[in-house]
Design a protein around this ligand. Structure first.
Ligand SMILES: [Cu+2]
Length: 136
């Protein structure tokens, strides 16, 4: 049972799958992910870098560098779930930018901008589509 669960997580870790959205509190970020640091409750300075611009399709993770638990929600619907101190959110596929905030501390606000880039043929990933959004 434990081995099976670990295998599923490892599979999702490499690719993109919806079940990653239910597995918060990762100990590390994917090597190609864009990391946004959660600094604490400080308005639009709660996150670094902020605002951040990410190429379409890149994985984005939040790292909680603060001593409190935070819960990142994008206004467009993506939910990065609760992130305990020192942990990472599940990787979120950057398909739509916009404002995001902490649902526990609504004063914590940030902006994620997505820029389209000409995709190289080998860069196409199967399974990255609208089904990776949301999760709840
Ligand atoms: Cu918070």
């Amino acid at each position: 049972m434990i081995y099976a669960a670990g295998l599923v997580l490892a599979t999702c870790w490499v690719g993109a799958c919806t079940s990653t959205l239910t597995a918060p509190d990762r100990l590390s970020a994917p090597p190609d992910a864009v990391v946004i640091e959660i600094l604490g409750m400080n308005g639009d300075k709660s996150f670094s870098p902020n605002p951040v611009t990410v190429s379409a399709g890149r994985a984005v993770v939040w790292h909680n560098a603060n001593f409190e638990t935070h819960h990142i929600v994008l206004d467009g619907g993506l939910d990065a779930d609760e992130i305990r101190p020192g942990r990472f959110s599940p990787p979120m596929m950057a398909t739509a930018g916009g404002a995001y905030h902490c649902s526990i501390h609504p004063s914590m606000v940030g902006t994620l901008s997505i820029v389209e880039q000409t995709p190289a043929p080998y860069n196409k990933r199967a399974g990255v589509d609208s089904s990776t959004r949301g999760g709840r």
